[in-house]
Design a protein around this ligand. Structure first.
Ligand code: ADP
Ligand code: MG
Length: 256
């Protein structure tokens, strides 16, 4: 099973303790939001799960396996950033294909022949094109494949970033405030689409947001973070009706 387990994750930057022992079990297929005020360590935690940052101590288990030291590209996860992180000089189609091309390149580099001469390289090319159009259809951007990111709206760029995450067919998606650059109307729309994507794929989602309303409407469970700790992790209704801590109540906006 491809659940995620965090065991006592701690992180210090120089003198600053940013994460103070985070433990969390996320079930396969679960949608968990990490919420909390700016600077509480949400992005740092997500980057550690993704393998983009090393923890100071503690363990990350993916599908029961300790992935400490495993490269980000080998973790079977897709991360989506607030800033989209698209390549401006590549078309939409090429941007979505990047993770698959990287995989192909790595395979080619392991063999003492040039990638394009490898048997099956052309068939693999068709496979990539097929995966890109399927992801584009799912996200309703199949008419934009030849455009460059500079010719897209914010909402369209976010779909391209999601498309790039989708083609990897990862066991888990890590999303870091993916909607925060969108206007309010588009945010509500895209939120519903991400929830629908979760229903379709049944993959594990870890969703970072500082917007508690967003988290309440999308998640199986919400982990409320503050000062590098998880204060409470429970179903939205439980966190709202029965906050364990005054700080949780204040952040979520529970009635006093
Ligand atoms: P959040 O995503 O919840 O807003 P972050 O994880 O980005 O919080 O940051 C948590 C804290 O860690 C902040 O105080 C931030 O300044 C600090 N921090 C994050 N990354 C680094 C870094 N690379 N070097 C030093 N401090 C960092
Ligand atoms: Mg952040």
């Amino acid at each position: 099973m491809a659940g995620l387990i965090l065991r006592q994750i701690a992180k210090t930057f120089g003198e600053t303790r940013v994460l103070r022992g985070i433990s969390l079990d996320i079930a396969d297929g679960e949608f968990v939001s990490l919420v909390g005020p700016s600077g509480c360590g949400k992005s740092t935690l997500l980057r550690i799960i993704a393998g983009l940052e090393a923890q100071s101590s503690g363990e990350v288990l993916i599908g029961g396996e300790d992935v400490t030291g495993v490269r980000a590209s080998d973790r079977n996860l897709s991360m989506v950033f607030q800033s989209y992180a698209l390549y401006p000089h590549l078309t939409v189609g090429e941007n979505i294909a990047v993770p698959l091309r990287m995989r192909q390149l790595t395979a080619a580099q392991r063999l003492p022949v040039i990638g394009s001469l490898m048997p099956g390289a052309r068939a693999r090319g068709r496979e990539i094109a097929g995966a890109v159009s399927e992801a584009a259809r799912t996200l309703d951007i199949d008419g934009l494949l030849e455009r460059k990111p500079g010719q897209l709206s914010g909402g369209q760029r976010q779909r391209v970033a999601l498309g790039r995450a989708l083609v990897r067919e990862p066991a888990a998606f890590l999303l870091d405030e993916p909607l925060s650059n969108l206007d309010a109307k588009l945010r509500v729309h895209t939120r519903a689409e991400i929830a629908e994507l979760h229903r379709q794929l049944r993959a594990t989602f870890v969703y970072v947001t500082h917007d508690q309303v967003e988290a309440m409407t999308m998640s199986d469970r919400i982990a409320v973070m503050m000062g590098g700790e998880i204060l409470q992790c429970a179903a939205p209704g439980v966190v709202y009706d029965d906050p364990e801590d005054l700080r949780v109540a204040e952040f979520i906006g529970s009635p006093k």
